[in-house]
Design a protein around this ligand. Structure first.
Ligand SMILES: O=c1ccn([C@@H]2O[C@H](COP(=O)(O)O)[C@@H](O)[C@H]2O)c(=O)[nH]1
Length: 470
């Protein structure tokens, strides 16, 4: 095993120095196992090391799947050396041919062991696990060549995936020291770094949002999510204004005032007493001019066939104009299927948010319900793009959180609404977007020379403010 460590070090797969990671964090070591493909001898050693680990840990599985891209050749080598069937997971779904996300032959219910090169947070393994599970495979374990020992194992355990590793970084460092390939100063620097950069599952919920730097440019599986992140980046805004007003004129006036500063305008169409056929057209025109999305806060909560009609027909014909809508998970996945079907019939794609937590005092949502929402939302991605919630939900950051119940002062409204400050929700709870209603459109003090809406909105945080928190 030490020979492999030595070989990896000598081909530059393990480097020591100062390296800026994708997250912006500076790390005293860097692992690049991609170079292994250029050294068939090392690739063979890697496969043997994985097979040894699998045997020693008595991992039970029927087939393997490598996390794209670096672990794909590793999985192939393991499959060949160990005569083990393998499947491949696509990063993006094809838009032609079979549209399969998992390639290869497998029986539903087969146990798939995920093969990974390096684990930091576990998020890449989780993404592959989601794809495999969505195709009927079972995933209960993963094995990695090198665990950076920063907490990914705990994050995965919290998601019911057991992680086995061929090497942990500590063991690898010790082996390198014993072979006099690195000195004790380098080793100490790595240990100190590991101590201060732990991700623990509870904290995974509080990680700074990955929007907009990473996810925003990553995928186009959900055009609405991509559109939202692009607007967020362009306008440096994380604000959704909730305009709970009763007339179309008031709604248009708020939309014009807040438009330049927001990503999303949220409304309750059923509050507007004079809703007319041209109302959504006027809203769409303002949204296009000021570059924001329209979110109808309908909170669907009925059986699939009823929500098909509620979403696509009736006075409001929500599916024909909203970019985003939301639903309670209470009725089960049928509510999501119904909304998806209505979207397909209307020929427009709308992004769905599940209400996983509520801001109101005494609400009946508990931790188990919220966990079930997370599972339902994962299964429904990319139609479901996130949550209405009060804290970060998805450690992978794929599904975002919009949090209502936000004002500059944490208090209540006398009718059960509970407010948190932007700082608390962003910093302590790791939410991605803030939904602010009366804090902006019903703020008491007009600003000199501006409408009160125009004045107050500037007091709410932008992306830049959020970045100063971390
Ligand atoms: O848990 C929830 C879910 C939705 N809302 C909605 O957000 C706004 C909040 O308005 P404020 O004036 O900022 O209180 C409102 O439209 C609610 O329907 C929520 O508050 N809490």
């Amino acid at each position: 095993m030490d020979n492999l460590v030595k070989d990896l070090f000598e081909v530059g797969a393990l480097k020591f120095g100062t390296f800026k990671l994708k997250s912006g964090i500076e790390s005293p070591f860097y692992v690049d196992l991609r170079v292994a493909v250029s050294h068939p001898r090392i690739l063979k050693q890697i496969a043997a090391a994985f097979l040894k680990g699998i045997r020693e840990h008595q991992v039970e599985f029927d087939l393997i799947c490598g996390v794209p891209y670096t672990a794909l050749p590793f999985a192939t080598a393991i499959a060949l050396e160990g005569n083990i069937p393998m499947v491949m997971c696509r990063k993006e779904q094809k838009d032609h041919g079979t549209r399969r996300t998992v390639e290869g032959q497998y029986a539903p219910g087969s146990r798939c062991l995920i093969i990974e090169d390096v684990v930091t947070s576990g998020s890449s393994i989780l993404e592959v696990a989601e794809s495999l599970v969505s195709q009927g495979l079972k995933v209960t374990s993963a094995i990695v060549l090198l665990d950076r020992e920063q907490g990914g194992r705990d994050v995965l355990r919290a998601m019911d995936i057991e992680l086995f590793s061929v090497y942990g970084i500590t063991g690898m460092i010790e082996a390198l020291q014993n072979m006099h390939l690195i000195d004790s100063l380098k080793a100490e620097t790595v240990y100190a770094f590991l101590q201060k950069s732990q991700i623990i599952p509870a904290d995974a919920k509080r990680q700074p949002s990955r929007i907009p730097q990473e996810l925003g440019s990553e995928s186009s599986m959900s055009p609405i999510r991509d559109q939202l992140y692009a607007i967020s980046r362009r306008k440096k805004s994380i604000l959704c204004v909730a305009a709970d007003v009763e007339s179309a004129e008031e709604l248009m006036s708020i939309a014009e005032d807040v438009g330049p500063h927001i990503c999303v305008l949220k409304l309750h169409a059923d509050i507007i007493r004079d809703w007319a056929t041209e109302t959504p057209k006027r809203l769409q025109e303002i949204a296009a001019r000021h570059d924001f999305l329209l979110f109808e806060d309908r909170k669907f909560a009925d059986i699939g066939s009823t929500v098909v009609a509620q979403f696509g027909s009736g006075t409001h014909r929500i599916a024909s104009w909203a970019h985003i809508t939301n639903a309670h998970a209470l009725p089960g996945p049928g509510v999501i299927d119904g909304l998806r079907q209505a979207c397909e019939s209307s020929g427009r794609m709308v992004g769905l948010l599940l209400v996983a937590q509520m801001s109101s005092k005494g609400n009946l949502i508990d931790g188990r319900y919220t966990e079930s929402c997370l599972r339902m939302a994962r299964d429904a991605f990319p139609f479901c793009i996130g949550f209405i919630a009060q804290e970060r939900m998805d450690p992978t950051g794929k599904l975002f959180v919009m949090a209502p119940g936000v004002q500059l002062e944490a208090k209540g409204d006398g009718l059960g609404q509970q407010y948190n400050t932007p700082e608390h929700l962003l910093k302590e709870k790791g939410v991605d977007f803030l939904i602010v209603g009366r804090g902006i459109y019903a703020a008491p003090e007009p600003w000199q020379g501006r409408t009160k809406v125009q004045g107050t909105i500037l007091e709410y945080p932008s992306i830049e403010y959020r970045e100063t928190l971390f």
